[in-house]
Design a protein around this ligand. Structure first.
Ligand SMILES: [Zn+2]
Length: 192
C-alpha cells in the first residue's frame, strides 16, 4: 500500500500536464473531436481529486485522528498509516476497502497516462468457475512501474486472472489448476 501511494503521489501531478494529450493511442494522438482536453485524463483527475481526500477523511475519522481537508500528496502519505491503524484496531473491512481504493486509483491514473494497458478477457470466453451467474474471466493488463528517477520502467505483465463477479483472482502459478477446474465445470455442464 505504501508503494502504491508513493507511486500515485508521483503520478497525480502529471495528470495536469497530460490533460491536453491523448495517451491511449486510441484517438491517433489527438484529443477527441477537437476537445481541448483528453476525457480519460480529465475523468481520472476529477476522480482522484474527489476520492483521495474523501477516503483520507473517512479513514482519519475511523481511526479517531483529527484531520482537515488536505492536499493530495499529504493524503497519500497519511493513507498507509491509516491502513496500519485500521489493522491494529481490527477495522479490517475499512483496511481492505482502502487497499482496493489505492489499487483502483493506481489503475485509473496509469491507464489515463498511457503507462498501463487495459485488462482483456481470457481467450476462449471462459467464465468464473465459482459463481452461479459468472462473469467472464479477465487478464490484468501490463503496466509500467516508476523507476527511482521517476521515469516509467519496462512493461511488466502481472500475470493475474480475475473475476469481476466475486473478486476472485488467480496468479500465474495457479493457472494450471484453474484450467483443470474450468474443464471440469465444462464437462459437468455437458453431462447435464
Ligand atoms: Zn465469480
Amino acid at each position: 500500500m505504501g508503494e502504491g501511494c508513493a507511486e500515485l503521489a508521483a503520478l497525480c501531478p502529471r495528470l495536469a500536464a497530460a490533460l491536453t494529450r491523448d495517451n491511449t493511442g486510441a484517438r491517433g494522438g489527438a484529443t477527441e473531436g477537437g476537445s481541448p482536453v483528453n476525457p480519460d485524463v480529465l475523468q481520472a483527475a476529477v476522480t482522484i481529486r474527489t476520492e483521495i481526500p474523501q477516503a483520507a477523511m473517512f479513514a482519519a475519522e475511523a481511526v479517531g485522528e483529527p484531520w482537515q481537508p488536505r492536499k493530495l500528496g499529504v493524503c497519500l502519505k497519511a493513507i498507509p498509516r491509516f491502513a496500519e491503524r485500521m489493522h491494529a484496531l481490527r477495522l479490517l473491512d475499512g483496511e481492505v476497502r482502502l487497499g482496493d481504493d489505492v489499487a483502483r486509483w493506481g489503475r485509473l491514473v496509469k491507464l489515463a497516462l498511457g503507462i498501463r494497458l487495459p485488462d482483456f478477457p481470457v481467450p476462449g470466453g471462459w467464465c468464473c468457475p465459482l459463481c452461479e451467474t459468472p462473469r467472464r474471466l479477465m487478464v490484468t493488463g501490463a503496466e509500467r512501474f516508476l523507476r527511482r528517477d521517476g521515469t516509467p520502467g519496462e512493461l511488466t505483465h502481472p500475470g493475474l486472472i480475475w473475476a469481476g463477479c466475486c473478486g476472485s483472482s488467480w496468479p500465474a502459478g495457479d493457472w494450471l489448476h484453474l484450467g483443470h477446474v474450468l474443464r471440469q465445470v465444462q464437462q459437468e455442464a455437458m453431462a447435464g
